[in-house]
Design a protein around this ligand. Structure first.
Ligand code: ZN
Ligand code: ZN
Length: 323
């Protein structure tokens, strides 16, 4: 079944499946002349017509060491390990915008206590490696409200922050009521987003397939958290999908296994199929915690790789080595 999305796509009638021609033919006779104006979900990578393209970087700001695959992959082998990194992603736009996908965590967040973390660099300091000061980050897209993705949000004083409305509302409210669940959520991070909202710096994205700025569309469907989202980014390589923890490791995709942390494993598996349609190639689906990302793409500096464009054509302006 076709669902509908918010923006319009103009489709020649002869390019449509028969059933749609039948359904919309009647509408055409009443409202249109030579084309059908449809609003169709799930059919194409959305950012392909974007004027803005982004360079896409994956940044490891903490190395959590080898962990059992079964911690991230349902039905994963408990004897197999994978190197786990905490990641964030920088998008450098051809329009000059600097966008972060997720904000990492700060060293004093309670959930980080006791984690064997190596090679930690505070998320704002990681930006200095690109010659970007924290106040120069224009936007932060929060994929979900787990502490390791949102706790650093207040390190970037001028950023407009984007989060799913349902995610925000659940973790502000019902998650803390009887019957709710808030595993992986820090109360201090909820308060940070509430404060950003009162300051007019938080945008609540309402649902699936939302083009939040030129070249960037966010999608819902997987249920790693209550309403986690993933990000489609227009790049010179085509559409990159930053899956974040909706796909924690490559093994999740390769074995068709949902994450161990989820509200709905079947929804996750449906999202995997959709991500493969949205991304211009399977290699452009970027998992949330897999250290293999750091060897799969060209290394820019310690802990930093460029996903797109790739291979490296030139050193980005202002990039120095990671401290
Ligand atoms: Zn995570
Ligand atoms: Zn998570």
């Amino acid at each position: 079944m076709y669902k509908f999305r918010n923006h319009l796509t103009v489709v020649p009638a002869q390019a449509l499946p028969r059933v749609l021609v039948d359904i919309f033919g009647r509408l055409r006779s009443r409202h249109c002349s030579t084309v059908l104006v449809l609003s169709v979900l799930n059919c194409s990578p959305v950012p392909d017509h974007a004027a803005t393209t982004f360079e896409v970087y994956a940044i490891s700001f903490a190395n959590m060491g080898d962990r059992p695959l079964s911690a991230f992959v349902s039905e994963g082998d408990s004897t197999e390990t994978t190197q786990v990194h905490c990641m964030m992603w920088l998008l450098k736009g051809s329009n000059g915008r600097s966008v972060l996908v997720d904000a990492g965590f700060q060293p004093d967040v309670p959930s980080a206590t006791g984690s064997a973390t190596k090679e930690y660099i505070r998320p704002d300091q990681a930006m200095l490696s690109f010659g970007i000061r924290p106040e120069e980050i224009d936007d932060i897209i929060i994929t979900h409200m787990h502490w390791d993705h949102v706790d650093g949000v207040d390190l970037f004083p001028n950023a407009e922050v984007w989060v799913q409305k349902a995610e925000f509302e659940y973790y502000v409210g019902d998650a803390w009521q009887t019957g709710g669940t808030h595993r992986g959520i820090e109360s201090r991070d909820v308060l940070k987003l509430v404060r950003l909202n009162t300051e007019g710096r938080l945008t609540l994205v309402d649902g699936d397939d939302q083009p939040i700025m030129d070249g960037i569309t966010v999608y819902t469907g997987p249920r790693h958290t209550y309403a986690s989202q993933y990000v489609g980014v227009s790049s010179a390589e085509g559409t990159v999908v930053i899956a974040s923890d909706n796909v924690p490791t490559y093994a999740n995709l390769e074995t068709g296994s949902p994450p161990t942390t989820t509200f709905d494993p079947n929804a996750d598996l449906r999202a995997y199929d959709r991500m493969k349609q949205i991304a211009s190639s399977p290699d452009l689906i970027i998992p949330g915690h897999d250290g293999a990302v750091l060897t799969k793409y060209p290394k820019i500096a310690e802990g930093v790789v460029r996903v797109a464009p790739s291979p490296i054509l030139e050193t980005p302006t202002g990039l120095s080595s990671v401290p």
